[in-house]
Design a protein around this ligand. Structure first.
Ligand SMILES: C[S@@+](CC[C@H](N)C(=O)[O-])C[C@H]1O[C@@H](n2cnc3c(N)ncnc32)[C@H](O)[C@@H]1O
Length: 274
């Protein structure tokens, strides 16, 4: 933590950290990973093979806007990619690799092969890259989206934005459609629960939130509560659990110390919202 706090104060841009591998927003630049993530969530939507096309929102695409291209290759017509800043690589190379990989996987990439820049390709995919975080969702019309997904993102949404995120998802999703999310509840320090040692005042301070390891610490039942309050039915399709509490409950700050084992022991989960 000390190293990350110090490094995050050095005034260099995100691209430098990404190249050094010190701070990185996911792995969507790897075609197989990106296709695997998209298919995992999309297969839950019932939209596979949909002749009329579909619209998709990805929350937190990270380093590469691969979803725009994959969705188009699978019949998508409109795509919004929503992140907290313009973290995605601006050059065309990862997209050339992705198109090659999709072609090798037998997907249709006609119309996606001749592009000079990333933004030209995004336009060909009907995709918009929105980079003001949860506030960006306001740009998406009511009931206009067939499918929303996120992968390893919801734990990063600032705590005080989470209720708004849930209600915006409810507003933009078409009736009868789904959102699918994979959430990692481990600390982003060593993969345990050491983030729960800190009081809310310290953890939610600007100082900590800008240090590259922020997670909102919203636990399993609280997150489901946010979705239900926004009007969603929640189907939890997968949970993973820690084998024991680390650190011990006594080392945790309030209110975590008083939470049930059931809540604290869930390390990852996937949920479908209807
Ligand atoms: C661990 S990365 C995951 C990236 C990608 N989904 C993947 O699986 O490789 C987390 C992503 O969530 C994004 N994120 C954090 N806060 C956000 C917010 N308020 N709104 C949208 N995205 C956010 C980060 O910028 C980052 O791109």
């Amino acid at each position: 933590m000390a190293a990350k706090i110090a490094l995050s104060r050095i005034p260099v841009g995100y691209r430098v950290w990404e190249r050094l591998g010190l701070f990185k927003h996911g792995t969507m630049e790897r075609p197989r990973y990106a296709l695997g993530v998209f298919r995992k969530h999309f297969d839950r939507s019932g939209l596979t093979g949909c002749a009329d096309g579909f619209s998709v929102v990805e929350i937190g695409p990270g380093d590469t806007l691969s979803t725009a291209v994959i969705a188009k290759a699978l019949g998508g017509t409109r795509c919004w990619l929503v992140d907290a800043d313009a973290f995605a690589r601006p050059d065309a190379q990862p997209y050339r690799d992705l198109v090659d990989s999709l072609r090798e996987s037998g997907l249709r990439v006609d119309g996606l092969e001749a592009f000079a820049t990333r933004d030209e390709l995004l336009a060909a995919c009907g995709a918009a890259y929105l980079t003001r975080g949860v506030a960006s969702l306001a740009e998406i019309p009511d009931a206009s989206v067939d499918f929303i997904f996120s992968h390893a993102v919801l734990e990063h949404i600032p705590r005080h934005h989470f209720a708004r995120l849930a209600s915006e998802m409810r507003r933009i999703l078409k009736p009868g459609r789904i959102a699918s999310h994979a959430v990692d509840l481990k600390d982003h320090l060593g993969g345990y629960l050491n983030n729960l040692r800190f009081s809310e005042r310290v953890w939610e301070s600007d100082f900590m939130a800008r240090s590259g390891f922020y997670t909102n610490r919203i636990r399993f039942s609280e997150m489901l509560g946010h979705f239900r309050n926004a009007g969603f039915d929640c189907e939890v399709v997968r949970t993973c659990r820690f084998t024991g509490l680390r650190p011990a409950r006594t080392a945790m700050a309030k209110p975590f110390r008083e939470m049930s084992d059931d809540d604290l022991l869930i390390s990852d989960f996937e949920v479908v919202l209807r």
